[in-house]
Write a protein of this length. Structure first.
Lengths: 174, 554
């Protein structure tokens, strides 16, 4: 193995890497979620944030309620037609790179609310990166979803490029 | 009783406490009941569309008023038939609680009210066309909403009434629906002068999930999972309330063991609900440590519930005529563990706040509501008891042996945020007391009723003989046949009187289910409570009422 000049000088106190991966690593290890909690699933998210399941083990405990400060949008709960324009607005206010996690049956597909009030899945309004199942998902499932996002996050360039190519057109995009 | 009224009222008595009154005389009848007979407590208003009903009714719609007297002992149900174009006299000037109920009837059924201060949609969005609970509205016909209501049509008159001709000096702010302190999805629109709220308007319906319409589409047992998601902090209490009502219609009573299990698990749910409410309320106040103290015992309780029912939050444990299965071996030890944790969490939290000057200054004399006002608005549960009103369904209309337990009803005196929180702390203590007593006398034996036209046969029979198989098949596909008629019954849920008004046409699917969601009435009072206070207080007010959006918007 070739020894670089840096290593000669600094020993192993310095790691050389690419800027991209350094940033990706930093982002991945400190996601700031915005929790769009509307219903029962949000109560389970409270458990995820509390000490037993402790989302801070995954570096995502800084829950923000301003979309401008968050990079992960977690939709936990039923989104009704009345709520939809608000969800869209919040999504739009987040800055790139942003990630969306749809938690629970309702957010993913409308759940068992197949009726006049409920949006049949939030992907009718905004694009989604990771779906997690459950009604409500157990706290472990939330963590699993977070890890999935982190995986995508680790090599963002390729994924984001692909995502930006697929043009998303939701029901509220005129 | 109505015959004593000085004004002439056309009515007929159908059952003990039920009257059919001509629509034109309804308001007089209600006025009379309130004035002369002290029917002060507003319970609910329900409407029914009889379009597809098997028996012929004199007119297409009916509107039903439910009231209770000042001792909370007697319930009276008044019903009037009407057609679409007939106009109902609003009673929102008699009962403040009626205001939102009438808006809901207009929204869902398109029935109009005369002299209502603000007859507009409440649950559905502004762009919605039609009235979804009418029988000819298809259940899956959703309608896109593109814009949120700016609410200025409500705000401007409120500001005018306060003497503001223009709003140049005021700042408008939305608290919610996407806001950490909005507890789900509740929107409060406020006009601010500095940090002081001059005027406020609340908008609900962001979590309207069509519970009542879905009920008309499912068999009675299929509705149980939907009831879980009303007040999802105490799912089992909702299960019990619904099953209890349907069992009342069927005229069956659970075996003693079943009833005691319902008491034990129900009280445990109440504890969890209060813990969540208090924890969230204290976080709103900035006392984050309490959140951990109060939230962790809840994890123990969830662990127990998932062992018992298979789910942490949405348990669906009850069935019509009983429950899915008996308590498991070792339940008692787990329960003891759980209660120990709750007690510890509560003591830890109280030691932080009880004599804490900051907490007291923040919570005392904030969001006061008088006893009289609360009754008039139809408040119930801890919120009402915080005003010093001694009303608890468990005591006033005991069910499931509640009259044999020794427990106190926690009462407040001022009806402020502090009282509401302290009443909840005390209720946790009382619930623990009830659980201990119930565990001591928990009898052995059957926990479900024995009637296989209601409860599933044993799996052994389903898999081994044709009768059992047919029995199961019929119950699953057709549902439990409930005798036709209309019925109201309620229990004391975590938030107060949770009632169901169910109309059955004799089939396995209810014809109409109307929920009486306790926090709906509390929420309606919020704008009046927070006007004149500061924003930080408004957040506490909302938290202390324990508004759960699933129950509020259904
Ligand atoms: S998925 Fe289930 S638990 Fe989650 S919001 Fe929907 S109904 Fe509630």
């Amino acid at each position: 193995m070739a020894v670089t000049t840096e290593e000669v000088i600094f020993g192993d106190s310095v790691i050389t890497t690419k800027l991209d991966s350094a940033i990706a690593w930093a982002r991945e290890s400190s996601m700031w979620p915005y929790i769009f909690g509307t219903a029962c699933c949000a109560i389970e998210f409270m458990s995820v944030a509390s000490s037993k399941f402790d989302i801070s083990r995954f570096g995502a405990e800084v829950v923000r309620f301003s979309p401008r400060q968050a990079d992960l949008l977690i939709i936990a709960g039923t989104v009704s037609y009345k709520q939809a324009p608000i969800l869209k607005r919040i999504y739009e206010q987040m800055t790139e790179p942003k990630w969306v996690m749809s938690a629970g049956a309702c957010a993913c597909s409308g759940g068992f609310y197949d009726n006049y009030t409920t949006l049949q899945g939030i992907d009718e309004i905004i694009p989604v990166d990771v779906y997690i199942a459950g009604c409500p998902p157990r706290p472990e499932a939330f963590l699993e979803g977070l890890m999935q996002i982190q995986k995508l996050q680790a090599k963002p360039t390729k994924y984001l490029k692909k995502r930006s190519k697929q043009e998303f057109k939701g029901k509220l995009d005129a | 009783m109505l015959s004593e009224c000085d004004k002439k009222i056309e009515f007929s008595k159908t059952e003990n406490n039920r009257y059919i009154v001509k629509l034109k005389d309804m308001k007089n009848a209600i006025k009379f009941l309130k004035r002369e007979k002290n029917y002060n407590f507003f319970v609910d208003i329900a409407a029914i569309d009889y379009l597809d009903f098997k028996e012929h009714k004199e007119k297409r719609f009916a509107i039903i008023y439910l009231l209770k007297d000042d001792k909370f002992d007697n319930l009276i149900i008044l019903k009037a038939y009407l057609d679409e174009d007939e106009i109902i006299d609003s009673i929102s000037d008699i009962y403040k609680g009626a205001n939102w109920c009438e808006r809901e009837v207009w929204d869902q059924y398109g029935l109009k009210f005369k002299d209502h201060p603000n007859l507009k949609r409440i649950l559905n969005h502004k762009e919605f066309i039609g009235h979804p609970l009418r029988k000819d509205y298809p259940i899956t016909k959703g309608q896109l909403c593109t814009k949120t209501d700016d609410l200025m049509d409500e705000m401007t008159p409120r500001l005018k009434a306060k003497g503001y001709e223009n709003h140049d000096d005021l700042m408008f702010l939305n608290l919610g629906p996407a806001h950490p302190a909005s507890h789900g999805t509740i929107r409060t629109f406020v006009a601010l002068d500095g940090e002081n709220i001059q005027s406020a308007v609340s908008e609900i319906g962001y979590l309207h999930r069509g519970f009542e319409k879905s009920c008309e589409n499912h068999t009675y047992n299929q509705i149980i999972p939907y009831t879980d998601r009303l007040n999802y902090c105490s799912a089992i209490l909702n299960n019990i309330a619904f099953a209890h009502t349907v069992e009342g219609m069927l005229g069956v009573e659970l075996p003693q063991r079943g009833q005691f299990i319902r008491v034990i698990i129900g009280e445990l749910s109440r504890i969890i609900d209060h813990l969540v409410c208090l924890a969230a309320n204290l976080v709103d106040m900035g006392a984050l440590t309490n959140y951990w103290y109060l939230y962790n015992p809840r994890e123990t309780a969830y662990h127990l519930l998932s062992k018992l029912t298979g789910a942490r939050l949405t348990n669906s444990y009850m069935r019509i005529g009983g429950m899915t299965h008996d308590l498991y071996d070792g339940f008692e030890d787990d329960l003891k563990e759980c209660i120990k944790d709750v007690q510890k969490g509560m003591d830890d939290s109280l030691s932080l706040i009880e004599h804490n000057r900051i907490f007291q200054d923040r919570a005392q004399n904030i969001g006061i509501i008088t006893a009289e006002d609360a009754i008039n608005r139809g408040w119930s549960g801890p919120n009402l008891r915080a005003c010093g009103v001694n009303y608890d369904v468990r005591v006033n209309h005991p069910y499931y042996f509640y009259d044999t337990f020794d427990f106190d009803v926690a009462l407040g005196s001022t009806g402020d945020v502090y009282d509401r929180m302290m009443v909840r702390f005390e209720e946790i203590r009382q619930s623990i007391k009830i659980i201990h007593q119930a565990m001591k006398v928990l009898p052995k034996g059957k926990y479900n009723i024995d009637d296989h036209s209601i409860i599933f046969p044993a799996k052994k029979n389903v898999y081994s003989n044709i009768e059992g198989l047919m029995n199961q098949f019929k119950l699953v596909t057709e549902g439990v046949k409930v005798p036709s008629g209309e019925y109201y019954s309620s229990i004391e849920a975590a938030n107060g009187e949770l009632g169901f008004y169910i109309a059955s046409d004799g089939s396995g699917t209810p014809y109409r289910v109307k929920v009486r969601p306790p926090c709906f009435y509390a929420m309606a009072a919020l704008p009046d409570m927070i006007e004149g206070e500061m924003i930080a207080d408004a957040v506490l007010d909302l938290g202390s009422l324990n508004i759960i959006a699933g129950e509020l918007d259904r």
